[in-house]
Design a binder for this molecule. Structure first.
Ligand SMILES: CCCCCCCCCCCCCCCCCCCC(=O)SCCNC(=O)CCNC(=O)[C@H](O)C(C)(C)COP(=O)(O)OP(=O)(O)OC[C@H]1O[C@@H](n2cnc3c(N)ncnc32)[C@H](O)[C@@H]1OP(=O)(O)O
Ligand SMILES: NC(=O)C1=CN([C@@H]2O[C@H](COP(=O)(O)OP(=O)(O)OC[C@H]3O[C@@H](n4cnc5c(N)ncnc54)[C@H](OP(=O)(O)O)[C@@H]3O)[C@@H](O)[C@H]2O)C=CC1
Length: 497
């Protein structure tokens, strides 16, 4: 019998960010392994014209929850969506809902955040810092609370090279920043933002670091733990391999590569690709929730959910396997044949951007114009290159994250818990994982039908022929021009003939 699964039985669990990538996988695993849990409260806002109930309905009826419905047929009754907007005072939660949350909650998993790298400082602080403080305040009024698990990121201290499982102080106190945002206007805030974030690469990582400091400062006598995942990728094993549902992190670039838009990337081939499967992160979260509540460590423990020091993979290996998978299982209607050229050199990267990205986009737009259609490829390409440049910081560096606490926790688990809540990334086979990941992007994210693979392969063959034809024509034109203008070229030509 799993001790962790039994621990969550009968519990009332509060999850923020439950509609996000990590939150959905967390809910799924909780319902599947502890179907006798009492209730999961989720703080949700209406979005894209959908009410809370419609959003919950959509999640529970997705492929991700198919197994849950077999194990826990009354899952609909065990999920309680509470209207909340984490960027508002008191999260805009009604008095009755707040009362219920305060009096019933046993465990909190705080996953909600803005993960956009380019968010405004005001919004990112509201979500990643102030909301965390507000939730901690709520937690301090919960008499039944056993553990508060805060999800941060392994990159919250990416201005350092070696990162231990400790909370590092930020140069400016979070409280000072929160207070000043109240009276500064937006224009001034955006002006001072670069000075505040100093050597952090973006607002996201900086505000996540501030969020951790807030956790440390406002922990009172709560049982708190922080989990820092690196780049969260598709599921490894559970509930099935390759599940993914948003374009964040590597996902968008994998699509851009598979569709042949992105054929070169400014990346250091030997740098560690610190991906971590989302189900591995979730298993660690649940184990940490149990350990924090039952063992009540004296201080706030930080757990790294990373792969680099236990089972490293690099960007070269990842790129090669992504391409190999697209050979076998191509995406539909590709723009060009997939290709991956990694270079860490600025000049070469600019060259490939011009030749491999911008020039084909311009040529294709000319073709669209000539055939009476609206040009669009340059716009798409600019967006992809902007995204790639935003991620560049993370694919040109390697970090060392120590994992003492994570390994200690692994050794504390019973063999049954190590199996059911496996977060031992040493068992991960990268080639198999990446293949399933790419397949998952095709099936679950792009919703492409596997029956379309023969046609997709045929399309790639046509693209290859167009490519050869184009290169031959280009060569002949250049050669003809050279012969017309250079005596040496003429001599070479006669010599060959
Ligand atoms: C050469 C081939 C290589 C072969 C493949 C190998 C793959 C290597 C992949 C390497 C990836 C490395 C990733 C490192 C990430 C480190 C993350 C740190 C971990 C974390 O803690 S946080 C979670 C991660 N957060 C994110 O990923 C958010 C990043 N996104 C943003 O911040 C914004 O979206 C961005 C990029 C600033 C763009 O903003 P904006 O210009 O306002 O655009 P929109 O968001 O409105 O989107 C417009 C348009 O772009 C599409 N889009 C958005 N994001 C991506 C993406 N990541 N990849 C591709 N495309 C993306 C989006 O769908 C929109 O399209 P439309 O058609 O709707 O216009
Ligand atoms: N994905 C990754 O690679 C990594 C993620 N992390 C961390 O993991 C956590 C979860 O990330 P992930 O699931 O990927 O992110 P998502 O963007 O998928 O999910 C974010 C969640 O936060 C919610 N949220 C955002 N703003 C508000 C708001 N104003 N009110 C209520 N809810 C809000 C979103 O709700 P809605 O659906 O309404 O938008 C969504 O449920 C974050 O803390 C992130 O920093 C850490 C390392 C890597």
């Amino acid at each position: 019998m799993s001790m962790i699964a039994a621990f969550y039985g009968g519990k009332s669990i509060l999850i923020t960010g439950a509609t996000g990538f990590l939150g959905k996988v967390l809910m799924e695993k909780l319902f599947r392994t502890s179907p006798d849990l009492k209730v999961i409260y989720i703080l949700v806002r209406p979005k894209a014209g959908q009410t809370l109930q419609q959003r919950v309905f959509q999640i529970l009826n997705s492929k991700l929850f198919e197994k849950v419905k077999e194990v826990c047929p009354n899952v609909h009754e065990k999920i309680r969506a509470i209207y909340a907007d984490l960027s508002q005072n008191d999260f805009a939660i009604s008095k009755e809902d707040m009362q219920e949350l305060l009096s019933c909650t046993n465990i909190i998993f705080h996953c909600a955040a803005t993960v956009r790298f380019d968010d405004t400082l005001r919004h990112a602080v509201q979500l990643n810092v102030t909301a965390t403080r507000q939730l901690l305040l709520m937690a301090s009024q919960m008499p039944k609370l056993e553990a508060f698990i805060h999800i941060s990121t392994a990159y919250s201290n990416c201005n350092l090279k070696h990162i231990d499982e400790v909370i590092y102080p930020c140069p400016v106190e979070p409280k000072k920043i929160i207070d000043s945002l109240e009276w500064l206007d937006d224009a001034i805030i955006e002006e001072i933002a670069p000075k505040l974030i100093r050597d952090w690469p973006n607002i996201y990582t900086y505000t996540k670091a501030l969020g951790e400091m807030v956790v440390q400062q406002e922990s009172r006598n709560l049982n708190i733990a922080i989990i820092r995942p690196s780049i969260v990728g598709a599921t490894w094993q559970e509930p099935f391999p390759g599940w993914v549902d948003n374009i964040n992190g590597p996902n968008g670039l994998i699509i851009a590569a598979g569709k042949g838009f992105l054929r070169a990337l400014k990346a250091t081939p030997k740098a560690v690709a610190d991906l971590i499967p989302v189900d591995t992160v979730v298993n660690l979260m649940l184990a940490v929730g149990w350990y924090t509540a039952v063992h009540r460590p004296k201080s706030t423990l930080v757990y790294h959910s990373t792969s680099g020091n236990l089972n490293p993979c690099n960007w070269h290996k990842m790129g090669v396997q992504v391409l190999a998978t697209f050979e076998k299982i191509p995406l539909e209607r590709a723009f060009r044949r997939p290709y991956a050229n990694f270079t860490s050199n600025n000049f070469t990267s600019q060259y490939w951007n011009a030749v491999s990205h911008r020039a084909p986009a311009i040529i294709y737009d000319c073709y669209l114009r000539l055939t009476g259609r609206k040009p669009r490829m340059t716009k798409v390409m600019n967006q992809i290159l902007r995204t790639a440049s935003m991620l560049e910081y993370f694919i040109n560096r390697s970090w060392e994250w120590s994992t003492y606490n994570t390994e200690m926790l692994m050794s504390e688990l019973s063999p049954e818990d190590q199996r059911v809540f496996n977060f031992d990334v040493r068992q991960l086979n990268w080639l198999e994982y990446i293949e399933n990941y790419v397949l998952g992007v095709k099936k679950y994210l792009l919703k492409e039908d596997m029956a379309g693979i023969p046609e997709a392969k045929q399309h790639l063959k046509r693209l290859r022929n167009i490519h050869y034809l184009f290169n031959t024509a280009l060569f002949l034109i250049v050669w003809r021009l050279l012969i017309a203008r250079s005596q040496m070229a003429r001599n070479v030509w006669f010599f060959i003939m």
